[in-house]
Design a protein around this ligand. Sequence first.
Ligand code: GLC
Length: 554
Amino acid sequence: MTPEPLTGEGADENWWRQAVVYQVYPRSFVDSDGDGLGDLRGIIARVPYLSSLGVDAIWLSPFYPSALADGGYDVDHYREVDPRLGTLDDFDDLVRALHEAGIRIFVDIVPNHSSNRHEWFQAALAAAPGSPERDRYHFRDGRGEHGELPPNDWPSHFGPSAWTRTTNPDGTPGQWYLHLFAPEQPDFNWDNQEVHDDFLHTLRFWSDRGVDGFRVDVAHALKKDMSEPYSPVPSIGIMSDYPIDGSHPLFDRDDVYEVYRAWRAVFDEYDPPRVAVAEATVPVERRVNYATRETLGQAFNFDLLGTPWRASAFRATIAHSLELAQSTGSSSTWTLSNHDIIRHASRYGLPEGTDLERWLLSNGTEPQGDAALGLRRARAATMLLLALPGSVYLYQGEELGLPEVADLPTEAIQDPIWIRDGGARKGRDGCRVPLPWQHDAPSFGFTTGTPHLPMPAWFAAYAADLQDGAAGSTLELYRSALSTRRRLQTAETLTWVELGDDVVAFTRDNGWLCIMNVGAEPITLPEGELVLASEAVTDGILPGDSTAWLRARP
Ligand code: GLC
């Protein structure tokens, strides 16, 4: 069979609608040169692994030059590769290798802020207040007699204040600048035309190199109301507190969509058009605005992350998500893990209502959690996701059933949340520990050097080489599920099937039936050919906390 062309004539421009996208967090994937940081050559070497997993695309988290003040989301230069990760030639080789394997690539675009090492920010620091250089960011005079107080009390996501004071070239204290994240991440002023134009340049730069899509970081924060008197911002990062009329001074303002209309025009210069997915943590009703054909086309849907392990809750979340996606002509996205959240194999092993921040602070001991139950539920939930209409975003390592590393020694922690919040939150490093490839190699085959985050000894049991070809392993379950999905994927609709209070069940229009038993008691499967199950099925009995896929017998 000739593979479908990815670009040009005959290429499917709807490829993204039901794609399985695998997130590569490059510094923790594979290290090819022994410096302890994963790199592009490492990813190239694992293209066969990605192929055998059966993903349609990868999403590559930032690989740009960066001091890593925030895991690479502090970008020094948007059109270069971090020299520790490789070169632009390596990047081209990666795109080629992926495309030859029929895998597309999304790159992460970080438009809300640059790093403080970006040449524009350095130029701004060297320039005078009110200069064009400073206008690319948000510089303001401080309050108080000597400008010693921040311009307002807006908080940063990473705590505490969103403002940091600068030092003038002559050593005297200067103006303040806005950063919704770490001080090393100054926010761009999106009312500045140069900022706008530079990002269009960046989108074309990567699109010209063959990139198929973009994941847009903090897509909802670009436009801000910086007029005085400043509007109050009581909390940050708590979506349910955001107004739904576009009136928040910092997030999800109506004029942010104009930015993406201009991006859409760039995407449409290509054949097939480049695609995008928004990371917009906004109230669900507003998410749709990022996912229209005129804006970014698709948006992450994090609703399943907070869905309790109950059939009615799953059904309600799924139905609502599908409805929202359909209202814009987009397809829904589904995800259970990424580089910002505790891995779902661990979350599902914790009692409902566990305070996850406190659990991390206790090094994963309070409560202890049930690892076997967590993995079992994670496998079941993943099979549910993979049967749903829409696209699924997987995070590297979940195909190995990796749990969170909850007990990282505090001296190893890199996440700015830990430092900025004075140790009140441990942050996200526990899901960013490098992947174990070989159970008996130093650093489990991730690197010949010292991994940038320590890898615990118990990672050996999850190593890819032990799971490769092993019946019932999580890796083999993912492989089978992805290839089966590819074969059975059909129209973007589902029909609910009523099989009891503890069961989430639906069919797709070709008779593909997905049954997730969220109860602890086994259930009897209905008539049909068993295609795949997350746990062993004997005599037509599906155990608790597991999922089966069936097909109607011809
Ligand atoms: C996004 C990223 C996160 C990063 C933040 C600031 O939420 O996913 O990792 O810290 O943006 O760029």
